[in-house]
Design a protein around this ligand. Structure first.
Ligand SMILES: Nc1ncnc2c1ncn2[C@@H]1O[C@H](COP(=O)(O)OP(=O)(O)OP(=O)(O)O)[C@@H](O)[C@H]1O
Ligand SMILES: [Mg+2]
Length: 460
């Protein structure tokens, strides 16, 4: 279990510092002097326990509790009140605070109540989860599915991949997921975690942050470690201790960061930025990339030793074009999903529309397929999605491949007839666009150059 994260909100500097010092041993502490400071911390950190004064200058600590109403993962709160204002404290408890403490504070009592608040909340959450499970079981429903079931596909490559996921999930092995964009790497990471029995799933997108920020995101920092480090911060590595850390887009980290990551992985320990204290972590790392790390290693952009550390087990979700037989299944399931997500009426594909989809290469893989289906389901006015409801560029591509394939085997007279028809179509398009060749080309699904060549009488 990770150390509980505590936020102390107290306007009196001396009390605040005193609490910080006293509670640092048991909690990872943040502090704020007013509501806006508190809200800032709450918006970026997963605070477990909130300890707040009720009177914060002109502001009222109760407003923070009001923010939490109906929020699923709100921190558990303990309020502080001045001696003699027990009534306000009782009101606070009625409004959802776990408990109150009166000033002058007895620090041992505060610590005890905070720990009890944290434990009680954890128990309550576990209890709720169990109740949901029991309910589904009672209803005769199947036990909750694992995230592995979210991965659609039954082609041989997909079956093999799912088997590997089942096998390595419960181990501590570091896993590298390498695959093209849109092949479901995030889903694979989620399934690995889900079947691992480990606690938390923490995701860091390595491409989203510049190097220095990424370092403090991963490893945390001490207060004052750099100009913007106003408070101490727990890094994701530490947060994910006991759980899984998913490093997405790992191919994007620079060489300096690679050294630091390698050290954390080999020592199973980290140091916060600005501190030389070593903190042991039990963090299972899963990394993903849409680049080939071994190519990056060859180009000198990725350290070989780090590559070996990450690549204990490699999982390569196959691109759609290599998943023979999976397309109808994928199309079916994804169509159902987009219909459901967009609250549309039932939809199905016409045979011709289905065959257009089945003949695509899908360079953007499942993500692209899902987007095309979503668009088509929304655009189609009837229950049946027709070819015309599909994005123009897909249809163009199919027509182009059909016509060039046909042309090669045609009788010369038929070929002549075809060019006649083609010429008439081109003329019609030009008339329609007042002789604007670019627009006409667009209309016909041709490039401007091809249209030009056809007008000059060249054959394709
Ligand atoms: N096998 C699959 N079954 C069901 N949905 C899938 C599958 N593969 C991908 N998806 C869906 O496609 C979308 C893209 O998947 P995901 O984000 O996991 O791709 P990725 O491999 O991480 O791509 P990128 O490299 O671009 O980040 C998601 O909405 C995901 O749910
Ligand atoms: Mg991804």
């Amino acid at each position: 279990m990770h150390r509980p994260i505590l936020l102390i909100v107290e306007d009196e500097a001396a009390t605040r510092e005193g609490l910080l010092e006293a509670l640092e041993d048991r909690f990872d502490c943040y502090s704020a002097a007013d509501l806006s400071g508190a809200r800032e911390v709450l918006s970026t950190e997963r605070v477990d326990v909130l300890l707040t004064d009720l009177r914060l200058g002109a502001e009222n600590g109760m407003d923070l509790l009001k923010d939490f109403e109906n929020k699923p993962h709100a921190p558990v709160s303990v309020v502080m009140t001045a001696y003699g204002s027990v009534e306000t404290a009782v009101a606070a408890v009625k409004a959802g605070a776990f408990h109150f403490v009166t000033k002058p504070l007895n620090i041992d009592e505060v610590e005890l109540i905070l720990l009890r608040a944290y434990k009680t909340r954890n128990l309550e959450q576990k209890n709720e989860e169990l109740e949901v499970e029991v309910k589904t079981l009672k209803k005769g429903g199947r036990p909750p599915k694992s995230k592995l079931d979210l991965i659609i596909g039954s082609s041989p490559k997909m079956q093999k991949m799912k088997q590997v996921i089942r096998q390595v999930a419960p181990t501590k092995a570091t896993v590298l997921i390498e695959g093209e964009s849109g092949t479901g790497k995030e889903l694979v990471a989620g399934a690995l975690h889900d079947l691992s029995g480990r606690e938390k799933f923490v995701v860091v997108n390595c491409a989203a942050l510049p190097s220095q920020l990424l370092e403090s995101e991963l490893f945390g920092h001490e207060k004052g470690a750099f100009t913007d480090a106003k408070s101490q911060r727990v890094g994701r590595f530490e947060e994910a201790s006991g759980g899984t850390l998913f490093l997405d887009e790992i191919g994007e980290i620079d060489l300096a960061m690679q050294v630091k990551l390698l050290r954390a992985l080999s020592e199973r320990a980290i140091q916060r930025v600005g501190s030389n204290k070593t903190i042991e972590v039990d963090t299972r790392v899963v990394a993903a990339t849409n680049k080939s790390l071994s190519n990056l290693v060859e180009d000198g952009e990725f350290r070989e030793d780090l590559y070996f550390r990450l690549n204990v087990v490699k999982i390569s979700p196959p691109p759609v074009r290599e998943r023979a037989g999976d397309l109808p299944l994928l199309i079916n399931a994804l169509l159902k999903k987009v219909v459901h997500d967009n609250e549309l009426g039932a939809k199905k594909l016409s045979a011709e529309a289905l065959s257009v989809l089945e003949e695509q290469e899908w360079p953007g893989n499942v993500r692209q397929l899902a987007a095309v289906l979503e668009n088509a389901a929304i655009m189609s006015l009837t229950e049946v999605i027709q070819v015309d409801d599909l994005p123009a560029e897909l249809i163009k591509r199919k027509r182009a491949s059909l016509s060039s394939g046909l042309r090669d085997n045609l009788d010369p007279s038929v070929r002549f007839l075809l060019s006649e028809i083609e010429m008439e179509t081109i003329q019609a398009a030009l008339e329609h666009t007042n002789n604007n060749k670019s627009e006409a080309a667009d209309l016909l699904g041709l490039s401007r150059r091809t249209l030009q060549r056809k007008l000059q009488g060249e054959e394709l």
